[in-house]
Design a protein around this ligand. Structure first.
Ligand code: ATP
Length: 238
């Protein structure tokens, strides 16, 4: 059974029909990426799964259980965490305090929080070196690591990453994608949204291509990398 199944999902913002019947699946242990142009509905798909926006129609199943009406905080408790687009760190809190904010689902269990923090620090040694530094004084790449680290503090089964490489220098983009792979190797399933289609497809097992709120193409990442339509529209090839 798939870890996550999205069936015929329709989401509106007022009159804007942003998702027009999205279907997708994420199996345990996979990295699945969503690619598509600006406005295709990638972020809206993640936000609908997270419970931040409500679908008007369709179902979202986590381990077979419908969650499309479950409140956002309970969706985190059930095992889905999202690292939002745009490195949203708390600038006046330290790195450690920022990470702790991601652990609210653990209640006050200090031991579990400490253990998770160590797990995050082992993935991002840079964050450990800067654990007492204020979030707002970190570099862009470090803030991105902190955003991902905070999402991991809830020990998700499914981690959703929205544009983790956005605005980062090429070397850092490489680091972030290596980290995505390392997170998968630790047993976390990943749903990744990226403008950087090439890098995303290289790290992913499977991918879905979105255009104006619909899935227009789906397949193994290796196949999508070779697909002529994908190459022309998303990989900048003629
Ligand atoms: P991007 O890469 O630019 O973030 P995206 O594929 O993630 O694009 P979405 O952000 O999901 O696309 O947007 C899908 C559609 O919904 C777009 O037409 C967008 O203008 C619209 N939309 C997104 N957020 C809102 C909002 N809060 N209110 C109204 N319309 C919105």
């Amino acid at each position: 059974m798939a870890l996550l199944t999205v069936e015929d999902l329709h989401t509106y913002y007022g009159y804007v029909h942003a998702l027009k019947g999205i279907n997708l699946q994420v199996n345990e242990g996979e990295i699945v990426c969503l690619i598509g142009a600006n406005g295709a509905g990638k972020s809206t798909t993640l936000r609908t799964i997270s419970g931040l926006v409500r679908p008007r129609e369709g179902r979202i199943l986590l381990g077979g259980e419908p969650i499309q009406t479950v409140p956002a905080h309970q969706i985190v408790e059930r095992g889905i965490s999202q690292a939002p687009e745009g490195r949203q760190v708390f600038s006046t809190l330290t790195v450690t305090e920022n990470l702790n904010m991601g652990a609210y689902t653990l209640g006050g269990d200090k031991e579990a929080i400490e253990e998770n923090r160590q797990r995050v620090f082992s993935l991002f040694p840079r964050l450990e070196e800067r654990k007492n530094q204020l979030g707002g004084t970190l570099s862009g790449g470090e803030q991105q690591m902190l955003t991902i680290g905070r999402a991991l503090m809830a020990r998700p089964k499914l981690l959703m990453l929205d544009e983790p490489s956005l605005g980062l220098a090429p070397l850092l983009v490489k680091t972030i994608f290596e980290t995505v792979r390392a997170i998968k190797e630790r047993g976390v399933t990943i749903l990744l949204v990226e403008q950087n289609a090439r890098a995303a497809l290289k790290v992913a097992d499977r991918g879905y291509v979105l255009e104006t709120g619909s899935v227009v193409l789906a397949g193994l990442a290796q196949e999508l990398l070779q697909d002529e339509r994908v190459r022309k529209a998303y990989l900048g090839e003629r």
